[in-house]
Design a protein around this ligand. Structure first.
Ligand code: HEC
Length: 149
């Protein structure tokens, strides 16, 4: 009887372990497609931020800026060592050779979106402020870390 309970316990432990592992391990495909989707989302959000801010709809624009900032933080986790190639990635190998520089650009982009929420309303030139605090960050990273296309 005791023997049977031990075996049963072992089976339960092994089973719950394998469940945790399969729940945590995202496949390379999911990671690469996931980060592409997040970047695309940020692109459409950035265009909406520009449209809303230009119309003076600052509250809506600000809540989208906060979402973009959060997305950048999430993206920090989307470049593990095993996601350097495949699935039409445009990520350059340089990212993993200069991981700190890459992550710092991502964090700066995230921080700038928060700064933008307090700057935008009093800006003399909204378009110029958005270029400086939002669009220039895309270019700074892409020109070095994303394949030209
Ligand atoms: C810190 C670096 C970094 C910043 C900042 C950044 N990007 Fe990217 N972006 C990348 C990398 C790397 C890729 C390639 C991802 C891949 O293909 O795996 C990418 C891909 C993209 C894609 C293509 C997604 C797809 O479906 O293939 C778009 C669109 C994009 N970025 C828009 C933007 C916009 C707009 C901004 C600024 C608002 C921005 N990115 C800021 C690094 C960055």
């Amino acid at each position: 009887m005791i023997q049977k309970i031990k075996i049963l316990k072992a089976i339960i432990i092994i089973f719950s372990f394998s469940l945790t592992f399969s729940a945590n391990a995202e496949t390379v495909e999911e990671i690469i497609k996931g980060r592409k989707a997040l970047f695309s989302k940020n692109y459409s959000t950035a265009k909406r931020v520009q449209a809303l801010a230009s119309k003076g709809e600052f509250d809506k624009a600000k809540s989208l800026m906060i979402k973009m900032s959060e997305n950048y933080k999430t993206l920090l986790e989307y470049f593990p060592e095993n996601s350097k190639e495949g699935f039409k990635t445009e990520a350059l190998p340089l990212i993993w050779e200069n991981k700190k520089e890459f992550n710092d650009l991502m964090k700066k982009s995230s921080d700038d979106m928060i700064k933008l929420t307090s700057l935008i309303e009093d800006s003399e030139d909204i378009r110029a402020t958005l270029t400086q605090m939002m669009w220039s960050n895309c270019k700074a990273c892409h020109s070095k870390f994303r394949a030209p296309h």
